[in-house]
Design a protein around this ligand. Sequence first.
Ligand code: FES
Ligand SMILES: [Fe+2]
Length: 309
Amino acid sequence: MSSVYPSGWFHIGWSADLRRGEVRPIRWFERDLVLFRGESGAARVLDAHCPHLGAHLGHGGKVIGDVLRCPFHGTCFDGRGEVTRAEPRLLAEFPKENLRTRAWALEEAGGMLFLRHGDAPAFPRLPELDGVSGAEAEPWVPFRRGTWKVRASFRDLVENSTDVMHFVTVHGFKSGAVRDVVIDGSSFRYTIELSVAVPLLGDLDTLSEVEYHGLGIILLRPKQARSRFRFLQTVTQLDREHITTTMTLYIQRRDWLRDLPMNLALWHYNCRSLAEDFRIFEHKKRVAHEPANDTDRAIAGWYAQFFSD
Ligand code: FES
Ligand SMILES: [Fe+2]
């Protein structure tokens, strides 16, 4: 496993963009891959190049039932990368076992496609995302969604989320504090308290719980009972310099009209905050520094597990 790209579950696209029978060439973690959705509805990812003579399955490959047919000599691969059909003449020269291709773990949740990179022993399955995946009596629905490409690393984002000082200097909060840091295997959560001066309304205190599921999935939930929303952020490394990040604001359908002005303001505020961070990230350079305290040390240890071989 490359130590440049961490292990874990990473967002690679939207479920709605991949219809049944569709095939797409994709490239993540510096690897050429092919994404397809079988007629039964399951989405799959395989290594892109056919093990026979190297054709790219994402350029001209066809979905037949639940298998993908190579555009060159017609070998068919199932979602596990096993050959289900091939020309007898081809099989006479190439034993079936040598034609197997690599299948990647892919799961869908909340209308998103998540690909697993690396061995990720701590979370072989996509974690349950409270309110976004799984059965709920009142499912959360996406209200606004955005995607940004940024010159940044996972480390920039992790450090930024508990960097209390920057909430004041960059985002204009009056004060902030990070509390109750809990590290639990592949997840890490904390509570963040921020105070903001709102024109005409005075000081407003917010209290939120932030939960990282590996480096690729971050869920933010307000702790005040009156606030009913959540933000889901995904982060995927594009190349050695850039990440792509998505943010979705989830709301409850029954509160849609009542909370509309608040949710529009929240989304606007969120986009502005991201832009403020990204302006810094775009031009910053990495300065090596030791963790300043026990919390930073614990977070650094949690972070390192995703880059171990
Ligand atoms: S290259 Fe795919 S079957 Fe020959
Ligand atoms: Fe920030």
